[in-house]
Design a protein around this ligand. Structure first.
Ligand code: HEM
Length: 190
């Protein structure tokens, strides 16, 4: 978002309109912040936390994708987070960070039950923490954006987004944060 200032600006404008600058973002605001939720979804799609999901073992012979793939009983099944989230057959211009693509269907949370990318996965062994995980993620992103004006440190043109093999950022993230709310709004650390 730091590399695309118009996206950062749009998310902050939504926060200012819905939450304002006199109180901190609360969980009850989240359903009214579709663009912020879309930004978090886009981050999960494009920058997954690990290359694969947890392995599962098929308990019987089955076919998937309309019969295209046969998976024998006892196979270890791994889904590629990159293969799904950056699949050009599903996502237009897949390497572009473009939150608006998630606004076509309005999403209340970060779950992706169609598995077009992996956040919590789905089905019997899917994550049980969708609600809490969504709230924690969106609250953190939202409060960072509401509470601070973020900028790229002096001397740098862009944040380097190149990835290590683990998919983590290859270089540490440095960004400049300046408080943007009245100091009375920030919770006391004492
Ligand atoms: C952004 C936050 C979170 C993300 C992205 C996430 C993602 C995932 C994923 C990908 C799985 C594996 C599902 C599979 O193998 O198909 C999983 C499993 C699980 N998650 Fe989460 N999770 C999050 C937060 C939470 C929270 C807050 C809780 C509990 C309060 C939780 C509890 C669990 C449990 C218990 C499982 C194992 C489910 C099973 O094997 O039956 N998760 N999660």
């Amino acid at each position: 978002m730091l590399n695309q200032s118009e996206i950062l600006k749009k998310a902050v404008e939504e926060l200012d309109k819905i939450v304002g600058q006199n109180i901190l973002l609360q969980e009850s605001h989240i359903p009214h912040l579709p663009y912020l939720v879309a930004c978090a979804r886009e981050a999960l799609r494009l920058h997954p936390v690990a290359p694969f999901n947890l392995p599962h073992v098929s308990t019987s012979d089955c076919t998937v994708a309309g019969g295209r793939y046969f998976i024998p009983k006892g196979s270890s099944v791994l889904l590629s987070r990159i293969g799904l989230g950056r699949n050009p057959a599903v996502w237009e211009d897949p390497l572009r960070f473009y939150p608006d693509r998630h606004l076509v269907d309005r999403h209340a949370d970060l779950a992706e039950t169609e598995l077009r990318f992996i956040s919590f996965t789905t089905g019997r062994r899917g994550c049980i923490g969708v609600g809490l995980g969504t709230n924690i993620t969106v609250m953190l992103l939202g409060r960072l954006l509401q509470g601070f004006t973020w900028s790229i440190p002096q001397g740098l043109e862009k944040i380097d987004l190149s990835e290590a093999v683990s998919l983590f950022k290859a270089t540490p993230l440095f960004a400049h944060a300046k408080p943007r709310l009245n100091h009375s709004v920030y919770p006391s650390l004492l």
